[in-house]
Write a protein that binds this ligand. Structure first.
Ligand SMILES: *[C@@H]1O[C@H](CO)[C@@H](O)[C@H](O)[C@H]1NC(C)=O
Ligand SMILES: *[C@@H]1O[C@H](CO)[C@@H](O)[C@H](O)[C@H]1NC(C)=O
Ligand SMILES: *[C@@H]1O[C@H](CO)[C@@H](O)[C@H](O)[C@H]1NC(C)=O
Ligand SMILES: *[C@@H]1O[C@H](CO)[C@@H](O)[C@H](O)[C@H]1NC(C)=O
Ligand SMILES: *[C@@H]1O[C@H](CO)[C@@H](O)[C@H](O)[C@H]1NC(C)=O
Ligand SMILES: *[C@@H]1O[C@H](CO)[C@@H](O)[C@H](O)[C@H]1NC(C)=O
Ligand SMILES: *[C@@H]1O[C@H](CO)[C@@H](O)[C@H](O)[C@H]1NC(C)=O
Ligand SMILES: *[C@@H]1O[C@H](CO)[C@@H](O)[C@H](O)[C@H]1NC(C)=O
Length: 394
């Protein structure tokens, strides 16, 4: 009996292993087929300089009553590009349809139009202020999404600062229905020049069905942003560790959560990407199942795996490998990773500057690397600033 059972396990293991190997092999083939040459681009200034306050609204303002929505297009014959987006989520009409349907936006950051309109900036300034030249690559525009009341943690600050330092974006947006709160949010505003908060009402449903998880509404929003504008989407707990330039030549870049799930905490996409469109339209048969979005992408990719470039090991250490992240007795070689995902629900993530100074776990190394440009424990190095000074800095 026991033998029979272990035989079955063996068999299942073998199947899983073969699937994984095949997948990576196919992905490897794809690289050689679809990879376009990434040229050395000259240094782009961090942000378009504009003489406008980032904030636009006073503290305590109710965004949803102050923002002038774009309501010019409310039906599909006037704006066919927005139609399928709004079929799944009708709040898209109010949020992005007008900017998406504008003429001649090839060299325009479309979300920048939305942003300036929300601030009430004169339309005559828009085109110049939102000019974009990504030289045939995915534009270095970074998006984070936040829905509902949320207090920033240190790791959120680190994720935004890491994107700012390592991606060197031409624009960095936080899109949401409420300003995040807390001291770490204040610090992000202080330390990330040019950060733009764009108001966006929370989608009310998914193709008419209620969303069981707010994460699925966030999935819709990120896909809309990437579809309309192109760029780099990051979860607020995804910490970028180096330049993403080698990935900007692909049509769509993602990582695997398991051999049968394509995750979306880190997505790089060209504007109007066909796979992204199909993935989004897949929400038409939305099921309130946690893994819905990831399964949908995997199922689609089986029809043509070459449409997605899969970054190997993007989500490692996985959520079930927490000691690799948190315990200094283990080491994970993060120096080869594009980014690291902080699994905030699966362990105690360091949340103060003091707690990451001397500990040599992967997460402390990574956090120090982002904050100070040096991953070494800080007690060992007398040339570094001491804790009192550090606290003043942060
Ligand atoms: C920039 O903004 C400041 C403060 O609102 C204002 O005093 C200044 O005149 C503006 N400069 C230009 C060139 O518009
Ligand atoms: C803010 O606006 C929303 C939507 O109009 C409304 O439901 C809510 O009550 C308002 N909140 C405050 C504090 O005014
Ligand atoms: C849709 O928009 C078009 C063009 O703006 C307009 O002619 C038409 O009457 C609109 N249809 C509806 C049902 O509102
Ligand atoms: C877009 O271009 C078409 C055709 O050139 C024109 O009829 C239309 O008015 C333009 N729309 C806008 C918003 O500029
Ligand atoms: C993906 O495909 C599997 C196998 O065909 C199916 O059971 C599952 O429901 C599909 N998932 C989604 C989200 O479409
Ligand atoms: C870290 O791992 C070591 C070795 O497995 C173990 O002895 C220790 O208890 C772990 N520490 C924590 C805090 O879990
Ligand atoms: C911290 O960990 C890294 C990687 O394992 C190792 O190279 C380094 O020597 C460690 N530093 C200390 C002070 O233990
Ligand atoms: C740390 O820096 C502060 C401010 O420069 C200084 O007053 C303090 O003596 C320093 N502490 C140590 C242990 O070097």
């Amino acid at each position: 009996m026991k033998e029979k059972r272990s035989l079955v396990y063996c068999f299942l293991c073998a199947v899983a292993y073969v699937t994984l190997v095949c997948y990576y092999f196919m992905a490897y083939l794809c690289v050689n087929i679809t990879q376009t040459v990434v040229e050395e681009t000259e240094t782009v200034p961090f942000f378009i300089k504009m003489n406008v306050s980032f904030w636009g609204l006073k503290k305590g303002d109710n965004l949803s009553t102050n923002v002038q929505f774009s309501l010019k297009y409310t039906n599909s014959s006037a704006c066919p590009l927005a139609e399928f987006l709004a079929v799944i989520d009708e709040t898209f009409w109010k949020f992005g349809a007008e900017a998406l349907c504008e003429n001649d936006t090839d060299k325009i950051d479309i979300l920048c139009l939305v942003y300036l309109r929300q601030l009430g900036i004169s339309r005559q300034l828009e085109r110049g202020a939102c000019a974009l030249d990504s030289k045939g690559l995915v534009p270095k525009i970074v998006y984070f999404v936040t829905l509902g009341a949320y207090t920033f943690h240190m790791w959120n600050y680190i994720a935004v600062v890491a994107a700012y330092r390592h991606v060197q974006p031409v624009a960095l947006y936080i899109v949401g229905d409420r300003h995040p709160q807390g001291v770490w949010w204040e610090r992000v505003r202080r330390d990330v020049p040019g950060l733009r908060f764009v108001f966006r009402e929370k989608p009310s449903s998914i193709a008419g069905r209620p969303a069981k998880f707010v994460e699925h509404l966030s999935d819709l929003v990120r896909m809309q942003l990437l579809y309309m504008n192109g760029g780099i989407y990051l979860d607020l707990d995804m910490v970028v560790l180096r330049s993403l330039e080698p990935l900007l030549g692909f049509d769509l870049t993602a990582g695997l959560m398991s051999p049968v799930e394509i995750a979306n905490a880190f997505l790089i996409s060209r504007r109007r990407n066909a796979f992204l469109k199909d993935w989004y339209i897949g929400f038409q048969d939305y099921e309130a199942k946690w893994t819905f979005t990831m399964e949908k992408a995997y199922n689609l990719s089986r029809q043509n795996v070459c449409q997605v470039y899969i970054v190997p090991d993007l989500y490692r250490p996985f959520w079930n490998e927490m000691p690799l992240l948190l315990n200094s007795s283990f080491y994970f070689d993060w120096t080869r990773s594009y980014a690291i995902h902080i699994w905030t629900k699966n362990g105690k993530i360091p949340s103060t500057v003091d707690s990451i100074q001397t500990d040599n776990s992967t997460i402390s190394q990574v956090f120090r690397f982002v904050l100070y440009g040096d991953s070494r424990p800080r007690h060992a190095d007398p040339y570094h600033r001491n804790l009192t000074e550090l606290k003043k800095l942060l």
